[in-house]
Design a protein around this ligand. Structure first.
Ligand code: FDA
Length: 309
């Protein structure tokens, strides 16, 4: 219930306006979002690299309905990639892109427009020596996103994809993507989905995660295990040993500011750990989703709306 309510809250433009103009405590926002500018993202990636982590940087924003906005998002990514290259971070920082932020939802030719835009970002990433992962959004976009991924991989084979274990279709998609060199991020899924297409109980989603994880780890693909769930992280470690995987043949991924101790523990054991770093002025919806996942943070967030510090 709370999760559903929070997700509805994330889409309320009235409440978003209040939150964006209220004296929000920087402490709460900056715990999950390092800032609004390219320089903030680069600073976070630099700090993470110094601690032994790689990163994947997301320019916040989604569901763009204006072509100019999509073009501005592409420019933000190109600038970001140049800035990462300038700081010598291209081998340790990649970018995550939501296709709806680069035009997928535009009427008529949204798919083609998003493909062209994503290809520009992939080309720049390849030029500076890094990669792109396409975030996965709600289930109505899955087919389009996977076919754009297939197109992009023809020229940019390192482009990563994301599969969500809450969707009933996902084991099939894992099988399709479980080939040599295929970078696949496995997550539970952050969107409110109907019963008809998704598992809705936590147990079912977790069991589905384990099934897909096993398929992926036993395959020649490159698994990117994106979860903060301690049980699933333990299971991944066991499956990796059973499959004789080396530590550099897979990676763990977590969100910026979430379970930093666990991120450190995994890295200290020699695992590859990539941190997902969101930045930009569209932080509100992202922040509310993180609240929905961890209700203990809700009070902190609500208090911050009225705090002057
Ligand atoms: P879940 O939220 O079920 O929590 C399980 C357990 O993890 C908790 O019981 C607790 O023990 C621990 N935990 C979780 N959050 C914690 C916190 N804040 N503090 C302490 N412990 C905590 N989604 C999507 O739909 N498309 C996408 O492209 C992506 N991309 C993505 C990239 C990366 C790197 C990550 C980590 C996640 C995503 N997601 C995503 C989001 C993902 O689908 C999911 O919504 C969140 O990761 C939350 O699910 P968890 O697997 O972390 O477990």
């Amino acid at each position: 219930m709370l999760r559903r309510g929070m997700i509805m809250l994330s889409r309320s433009s009235a409440i978003k306006h209040v939150a964006a103009t209220a004296p929000i405590s920087r402490r709460v926002v900056s715990r999950f979002v390092p800032g609004e500018e390219t320089a903030d993202a680069v600073r976070a990636a630099t700090e993470l690299a110094a601690l032994g982590f790689t990163s994947t940087i997301d320019h916040l924003g989604e569901d763009t309905l204006a072509a100019e906005q999509a073009t501005a998002t592409v420019k933000a990514y190109l600038d970001l990639l140049d800035a990462l290259a300038e700081k010598g971070l291209a081998d340790r920082a990649e970018v995550s892109v939501k296709l709806s932020a680069v035009g997928q939802a535009l009427a008529d030719s949204g798919d083609t427009f998003a493909l062209d835009n994503a290809a520009q970002i992939c080309a720049k990433a390849a030029e500076v020596g890094t990669t792109v992962t396409l975030d996965m959004e709600d289930h109505t976009t899955t087919d389009s996103t996977l076919s754009i991924l297939t197109e992009l991989r023809r020229d940019f084979p390192m482009t990563g994809g994301v599969l969500q274990t809450q969707l009933r279709r996902t084991e099939g998609d894992v099988r399709d993507l479980a080939y040599e060199g295929s970078r696949v991020r496995l997550c539970k899924g952050a969107y409110q989905e109907p019963d008809s297409v998704a598992f809705t109980s936590r147990q079912e989603i977790d069991r589905a995660y384990v099934r897909s994880l096993k398929l992926l780890i036993d395959s020649p693909a490159y698994p990117m295990i994106a979860t903060h769930d301690p049980r699933l992280i333990d299971i991944a470690a066991v499956l990796a040993v059973r499959a004789d995987r080396t530590q550099d043949s897979m990676e763990y991924q977590m969100l910026y500011g979430v379970r930093p101790d666990e991120q450190g523990r995994l890295a200290a054991q020699g695992n590859r750990v990539r941190v997902y770093v969101p930045y930009g002025d569209e932080w509100y919806g992202y922040l509310v989703r993180r609240m929905a996942e961890k209700p203990a943070n809700v009070m902190l967030f609500l208090k911050s709306l009225t705090s002057r510090r």
